[in-house]
Design a protein around this ligand. Sequence first.
Ligand code: NAP
Ligand code: ZN
Length: 355
Amino acid sequence: MAEFQHKAFGLAATDSSGVLSPFHFSRRENGDDDVTIKILYCGVCHSDLHTVKNEWGITQYPVVPGHEIAGVVTKIGNNVEKFKVGDRVGVGVIVNSCRTCDVCQQDLESYCAKMIFTYNSTDKDGTRTYGGYSDTVVVDQHFVLRFPENVPSDAGAPLLCAGITVYSPMKYYGMTEAGKHLGVAGLGGLGHVAVKFGKAFGLKVTVISTSPKKKAEALNKLGADAFVVSTDAAELEAATGTMDFIIDTIAAVHQLAPLLSLLKMNGKLVTVGLPDKPLDLPIFPLVAGRKMIGGSDFGGIKETQEMLDFCGKHGIAADIELIRADEINAAMERLAKSDVRYRFVIDVGNSLAKL
Ligand code: NAP
Ligand code: ZN
């Protein structure tokens, strides 16, 4: 592990048990284009859980997860004009890309073949990247986002991954036309923000969930119009052929056929969830209704800022359970059981140093 002067402290998993424990490491010095951030909050994404348990088979230990980072700027490099010390900023899923390829030129850095993830990646200088379950991070200014004044840092942090990962496909696949019917499959971190965006776009929103106990809150608090329990054949039957599009945020292997059946003719099923194993692709319901399945990742930096500004305008933030750093392992266990309303956020600023 490379050693720098800039000391950092965080939570790391060291093997596929996924258990997180205190970890001392260092960050690179602030370069001319860099911004140093004191981390105050970090959201707990299901991708963090997939990674610490090596469910995708790509984890290099030790790994410090966290890509829903909110904090304040403590240092800027000579070339930094976008930010000043004291600014309230965020960092999402990537911290760099090649900046020159076709997709980078189109502000789609998240599709760059050379992008560098916020954690579990190799940085340009050959060192490992470590994420936001830590007290400080150094990031090129291009990959730093600004929180609008009325988006709080704690409930705003999850927008940096959960928010943009549903906003980007909703825009790209045209799920924004007022009056259309959106299904949101899986009511977790991503799903609950998708409900909020759907309502902000003027859509009719139906949650498709395995958790009947989330129904009252989905309807009364998140503003969903309807709730379908995906294990209830009668409820599925009643909703058959009613939806224009579905965003599938489910974190585990599941059947696509029941979701496809909910779509109208020409309907679109867009998957953003990343289960650890492939899903079966049922061809008949796809062909019969001229339906489409698409995918999407977490969007580019320009669109992420656009999404944050949209949240500011519409008063959107995540519904969070704020936890102390010493509660992270218990929170991960609950996340694995879909038992979170609806995003855990670590109160890094007030609890990490006490470990
Ligand atoms: P999450 O908070 O755990 O939510 C996932 C939801 O999926 C759960 O709340 C649950 O909803 C449902 N679910 C879980 N297991 C299920 C099963 N066996 N069958 C049916 N439904 C199940 O996770 P998240 O943070 O929102 O992330 C969701 C997925 O998106 C993860 O795989 C994550 O890695 C991925 N992701 C992808 C991107 C991208 O770039 N595309 C970015 C971020 C995250 P109900 O209780 O309502 O059933
Ligand atoms: Zn994420």
